[in-house]
Design a protein around this ligand. Structure first.
Ligand code: MLT
Ligand code: MN
Ligand code: ZN
Length: 315
């Protein structure tokens, strides 16, 4: 399979339009060496029939999370935009890991599709996107959505255009959007991690842009994969508080910070030596965005990669 990181930042993007934190101001005025980043999304292709490769234009892709920046992301990804007919897309389906604004607003931008979108999401995400934030109802006036169930019992699902790529969703501890009735007390299915397995290559990937805690089943899944793309939102649990930007900790909004006891770095350290470790969904306040920061050097020392827009991973 091939994974293309379309957007590597958390909600707000980097730099965030109204933010003058050290990172945002620094990348704007050139005093911080960092790449701008769009909001959280990946595209995946794989499990293709014998003889079909994951290179070139014309192969099917799944869009995992539809970010508000999807139009720019597609513009930067010619392989996702074939021209077989006058209106065309390489996107064969859309998979959502939650119903947050940064992962769902892009659906509006994809309304010109010539057929209903095949869309995989859990029941709670479907409820949020038809009630608190009824994007899917609005879309029914445009291309419409052909919603597909996302099992939470360990069962797999498949996107027909990619028959050899198997998907498994795992409920994870994180947070649904503020318009969810479950915001204060999340339920299984508000947020999921995805395990992707390519039958043809044997490659396996774990993807969880929102992960507040790692339980046994999540840990087993992470250990079994060749590559993990995990929550890289915050370096410290009180990052937003220290900067005076919020009164909430990372864990209060559904994210496990990298540093500190029990933090993401400690978990990643315990993975098998060959596992590729990549941080995604990086908030604009996170010091790892600064390529000259000691925190970035620490990631390098630990062989942890910091995702960037356009990064491609072949498994
Ligand atoms: C989150 O994952 O916490 C989000 O990025 C929040 C948002 O999009 O507003
Ligand atoms: Mn987010
Ligand atoms: Zn900022």
């Amino acid at each position: 399979m091939k994974i293309r990181v379309l957007g590597s930042s958390a909600g707000g993007g980097f730099p965030q339009w109204n933010c003058n934190c050290r990172n945002c101001a620094g990348v704007r005025n050139g005093t911080v060496r960092a790449r701008p980043r769009t909001q959280s999304s990946i595209a995946v292709t794989g499990g293709l029939a014998e003889g079909r490769t994951t290179t070139g234009s014309g192969m099917p892709w799944a869009l995992v999370n539809a970010s508000p920046d999807i139009l720019f992301q597609l513009r930067d990804s010619p392989a996702l935009q074939p021209a077989r007919t006058v209106r065309d897309t390489g996107l064969a389906g859309i998979v959502l890991v939650d119903g947050q604004v940064d992962h769902s607003t892009g659906l509006y931008m994809l309304r010109e599709a010539t057929r209903p979108w095949l869309l995989w999401c859990t029941d709670s995400v479907y409820a949020d996107l038809t009630r608190g934030n009824p994007i899917l109802d609005v879309l029914s006036h445009y291309c419409g959505v052909d919603r597909q169930a996302m099992p939470l019992d360990g069962g797999e699902f498949v996107i027909a255009a990619m028959p050899g790529l198997r998907w498994r969703a795992l409920p994870v501890a994180s947070k649904p959007a503020p318009y969810s009735p479950n915001r204060a007390a999340p339920l299984p299915g508000d947020n999921v991690a995805l395990v992707l397995s390519d039958e043809r290559t044997g490659g396996q990937a774990f993807y969880a842009p929102g992960l507040a805690a790692i339980d046994e089943s999540v840990w087993q899944a992470m250990r079994s994969c060749d590559c993990v793309l995990v929550d890289g939102t915050f370096w410290t649990d009180d990052e937003m508080i220290r900067l005076g930007l919020s009164d909430r900790r990372a864990r209060d909004i559904g994210h496990l910070a990298q540093s500190g006891e029990g933090g993401m770095l400690e978990w990643l350290e315990r993975l098998p030596a060959g596992t590729r470790k990549i941080l995604v969904h990086i908030n604009n306040t996170n010091p790892i965005l600064d390529e000259d920061s000691p925190q970035r050097a620490e990631c390098q020392r630990r062989k942890i990669e910091v995702a960037w827009d356009g990064l491609e991973i072949e498994l």
